[in-house]
Each structure stands twice: as structure tokens, then as C-alpha cells.
Design a protein around this ligand. Structure first.
Ligand code: HEC
Ligand code: HEC
Length: 440
């Protein structure tokens, strides 16, 4: 969707500016030049095998709040992902039906429509695949999955809701439960905030301190190396040097270099989801900043996207906090409505001959091309010209290639010995992907 969508967004921003009548020359005087990168999207991608429908949304919302989904019928998804608490639970670590705290902090569910890998360590590849996990998890909802459809059937009202949502296959089964919950989750797009109004041209929407804070966030403090784009996340995995150690992304993908790396969370509605981090170990935002300034543990797994040293005086820290506060919407605001569009694969380069060898580069967490064509038996050579460590994974029914950790300056060669369409993805920065079409 890359280019097409970005220009669409820029247009949307421009039209909003004009609609608000704020595009006067004076108002634009000291605006940062890169605000286009922070404009809210006007659509969200939905998988082609689970398109949006109002009936699925209605059903998914009901199931999200339905306590029958847990083993003892005392807990729903919303018990932990409470809308009033930013879809988190205000606890350091989640407490499941059995009453014991699990190992992880409950993350917000805002803006997951754009997230490629779910959970703090990215072990679930889609919202559909994720949805049944907490239901079955003994330390969460502790429900026997095989028994769940039976428990829900007999409820005529719910049966009718399933029939409306899935007219082709009107049954209460796990697949339909997962699909409808995933649709509901994709509609959780965080509401318009003062920051958005400022980006759209309203100079008075945020304070001078918040503007200075944003300049630091996107400048000297380098927070936007990782908290980038309108949802303030690169969807990637980093070790930010917290005292606690754990397998993180490294445990999921089997590369020890990625131990202690966890997914960058969105910062929208961040004022509502304390305490912070994957283990709930930091109580408030002031302490989060102090961590980045003076608490970072230096170790081999530390992300190269963190500045080597960060000096922020008390005034600068206060400015960043003022900026973070502009990412919270009015507490009564509803999720924003955006158009549901079908997700598209980055396509291969159109037509042309299929060579036996293609070279592409990686820079600034992107491949140089969205896709390539290759002759059967051909090689894809990928040069890491980035400052970051990457990983190349090609996973299909009949192929499983994993480059391991690919350091800056290093190249990898992937052999494609049979025809088909493949997708190469970086397991550290999952937004970085390209398609490979292999032909005879
Ligand atoms: C007992 C509290 C609890 C309940 C109940 C619960 N969750 Fe969660 N949820 C968590 C925790 C903790 C995590 C993080 C786990 C991890 O990353 O290992 C999580 C993670 C998630 C994520 C991934 C978010 C991200 O940013 O990657 C999604 C999506 C999610 N839950 C949806 C649901 C749905 C849908 C339900 C109901 C079917 C549900 N949860 C029930 C505590 C809970
Ligand atoms: C190297 C990438 C990176 C940089 C740079 C970075 N962050 Fe983070 N941030 C993360 C990751 C990853 C996490 C989650 C870490 C964890 O849970 O272990 C996180 C967590 C947070 C959280 C807690 C979010 C939550 O929901 O728990 C806040 C707030 C935050 N960062 C703000 C900032 C600010 C402000 C800056 C700049 C001073 C900054 N970050 C710089 C990657 C980064």
C-alpha cells in the first residue's frame, strides 16, 4: 500500500487544514517540516480472508465482553483489556481467572490493525491467530476450547448474531469466534487528539512546551527512531536496556542476539495505561523518561536505535511529558472511524525477464524494492546497508529459510529452487518485507 496511501494521507491532511480554515501563512511559520509522517491514516487494512462487515463487528464486540468465554465464566477479554483503562488493566502484570499474576503486563489494544506481529514477543502473526490464545491460556481465561462452541450454542440471540456475521457458514465455531473478535479489534483506532489537531494545522491545539517536547522526541532524544509514524511505533523489536532480562523476540525466533527485545508499543492514549513496559516494571511516564536518560543497561543486545547517551535536563523532560500528554484523547471520545480496505501484498516488479540473480539493499528499515522476479534456481542477494541488524526469513508451505542475524555490512544469499510466490520478511522489523516471484 506504501506510496499510494502516503500520498492519500498527505491530501487528507491538506484538506483538513483547509476545512479548518487554518492554513493562513502566519500559522505555518515555525511548523516542523516533517509533519506529514505523523498524519493519521484514513483507512485500515483488513485481511482478504476476513473482510470487515458491520455484523462481524457487532458479534466481535459482544464476544469481547462475554464472560462465558472463560472457564469459570467470570472473565471476558474486557476484564483485562478495559476500555476505560486504555484497553489495559492498571496492573503491573495481568491477573487471570485463577487469581495469580502472569509474567506480562496487559498491553493496550489500540491501533493493532497495523501491527504485523502480536504479543510483546511477536509470537502471533495475526489478530485471528491471536484471539483464541488468551481464552485457552490457563493463567488467563482458562477455557477448554473444544467445549466453548457448545457452551455458547443454545443462546438464540447469539446464534442469530453468528448467522448474520457469517451467512456463508452460520455456525458457532472457534474460527468464527476468532474472526469476529479480530474484526472488532481492528476497529479500535485511537481517537483524534490535540496532537492530531496540531498536525492538521491548529497551532493553538497544543502548548509551546508540548511543541518543544515533540521537537526533542523527534530530534535530540531520538524517540522517533522507534516510536515512529502516526501510531508512534515501528512494529519492531528492541532491547531498550531495562534491568529485567528475558528471551523476548529472541526466544520466539531462536536468535539469542534478540534476547531482551520486545515490541515497541504505540504511545497513543499512553496516559491511561500505566504501569509501563512488557513486565509493568515502570510506574509512570516520568520514570520512563528517567530510564531512557540514566537507567539504560548497556549490553550486547541493546538496540542500535537508542542514542549512545541521552542528556535531557529537567525542563526538557517536562517538555517531552507535555508532548506525550497531547497523545491522549478526551476520555469520553469513541474510537475513530476509518475506512476498511483490503490489505495488499507488496507486488513483484511488473513483467520483465526473470533473471537468475537479483541484488537488493536494505536501508532505513526498508528493502530497496517492494518485490522481485527471479528465475527458478536463481539467487536473491540482500545487502544490509542499514545501521541496524536485520534478519531475512522466507516462510512458505514448501520453504523455510532463516538468515539468522544479519549485521550491517553483511550480505545474505537466498536460493529459490522452485516456482511460486514467496514473501521475505525481517523478523526484527516485520514492516520490512518484499515479495519474490519465482518463474520457470
Ligand atoms: C488475564 C488478562 C487477559 C485477558 C482475560 C485477555 N488478555 Fe489479551 N493480553 C493479556 C496479556 C498479559 C497480554 C500480553 C501477553 C504477551 O505478550 O505474552 C495480552 C495480549 C493481547 C494481544 C496482543 C496485543 C499486542 O500489542 O501485541 C491481543 C490482541 C489481546 N491480548 C487480545 C485479547 C482478547 C481478544 C482477549 C479475549 C479473548 C484477551 N486478550 C483476553 C492479558 C489478557
Ligand atoms: C530503540 C527503540 C526505542 C527508542 C529509541 C525509544 N523507545 Fe520507548 N519503547 C521501545 C520499546 C521496545 C518499548 C517496550 C519495551 C519493553 O516493554 O520491554 C518502549 C516502551 C516505551 C514506553 C512504555 C509504553 C508502554 O505501553 O508500556 C514509553 C512511554 C516510551 N517507550 C517512550 C519513549 C520515549 C519518550 C523515548 C525517547 C526518550 C523512547 N521511548 C525511545 C522502543 C524505543
Amino acid at each position: 500500500m506504501g506510496k499510494v496511501r502516503r500520498s492519500g494521507l498527505a491530501l487528507a491532511a491538506v484538506s483538513l487544514v483547509f476545512a479548518l480554515g487554518l492554513a493562513g501563512p502566519g500559522a505555518q511559520a515555525d511548523r516542523p517540516s516533517n509533519l506529514a509522517a505523523w498524519v493519521r491514516p484514513d483507512s485500515a487494512p483488513y485481511p482478504t480472508d476476513n473482510p470487515f462487515s458491520p455484523a462481524k463487528l457487532d458479534l466481535g464486540k459482544r464476544l469481547f465482553e462475554d464472560k462465558r468465554l472463560s472457564g469459570a465464566n467470570t472473565m471476558s477479554c474486557a476484564s483485562c483489556h478495559d476500555p476505560a483503562k486504555g484497553f489495559s488493566d492498571a496492573r503491573p502484570r495481568a491477573v487471570g481467572e485463577g487469581g495469580a499474576a502472569g509474567p506480562m503486563h496487559t498491553p493496550t489494544l489500540w491501533n493493532l490493525a497495523w501491527t504485523e506481529q502480536l504479543f510483546w514477543d511477536g509470537r502471533a502473526g495475526s489478530l485471528e491467530k491471536q484471539a483464541l490464545g488468551p481464552i485457552a491460556n490457563p493463567i488467563e481465561m482458562n477455557q477448554d476450547l473444544a467445549a466453548l462452541p457448545g457452551e455458547l450454542s443454545g443462546d438464540k440471540d447469539l446464534e442469530a448474531a453468528f448467522a448474520r456475521a457469517f451467512p456463508e457458514n452460520p455456525v458457532i465455531d472457534l474460527d468464527n469466534i476468532a474472526k469476529s473478535i479480530a474484526i472488532f479489534e481492528r476497529t479500535l483506532v485511537s481517537p483524534v487528539t490535540p496532537f492530531d489537531r496540531w498536525v492538521a494545522g491548529d497551532e493553538g491545539a497544543i502548548s509551546a512546551a508540548a511543541k518543544r517536547g515533540f521537537a526533542l522526541f523527534d530530534g535530540k532524544a531520538a524517540c522517533s527512531n522507534c516510536h515512529k509514524g502516526w501510531a508512534f511505533t515501528d512494529g519492531a523489536f528492541h532491547d531498550i536496556g531495562l534491568t529485567a532480562t528475558g528471551p523476548g523476540r529472541g526466544g520466539t525466533v531462536g536468535h539469542p542476539e534478540l534476547f531482551n527485545s520486545w515490541k515497541t508499543p504505540t504511545l497513543r492514549e499512553i496516559g491511561r495505561t500505566a504501569p509501563y513496559m512488557h513486565d509493568g516494571s515502570i510506574a509512570d511516564l516520568k520514570s520512563v523518561l528517567q530510564h531512557y536518560v540514566q537507567g539504560v543497561m548497556h549490553r550486547p543486545t541493546l538496540s542500535r536505535d537508542l542514542p549512545a547517551r541521552l542528556d535531557l535536563d529537567a525542563g526538557e523532560q517536562a517538555d517531552i511529558l507535555a508532548f506525550l500528554d497531547t497523545l491522549n484523547a478526551d476520555p469520553t471520545a469513541l474510537p475513530a472511524t476509518v475506512a476498511a480496505v483490503a490489505a495488499t501484498d507488496p507486488g513483484p516488479l511488473a513483467g520483465g525477464p526473470a533473471p537468475a540473480r537479483v541484488e537488493v539493499t536494505q536501508r532505513d528499515t526498508a528493502f530497496s524494492v517492494p518485490g522481485v522476479r527471479l528465475r527458478k534456481g536463481g539467487k536473491l542477494v540482500i545487502h544490509n546497508e542499514d545501521t541496524r541488524v536485520h534478519n531475512i526469513r522466507v516462510f512458505a508451505a514448501d520453504m523455510d529459510y532463516d538468515s539468522g542475524v544479519q549485521d550491517p555490512g553483511q550480505s545474505v544469499e537466498v536460493l529459490f529452487d522452485h516456482e511460486g510466490r514467496f514473501r521475505a520478511v525481517c523478523n526484527i522489523h516485520p514492516k520490512m518485507k518484499m515479495s519474490v516471484e519465482v518463474v520457470e
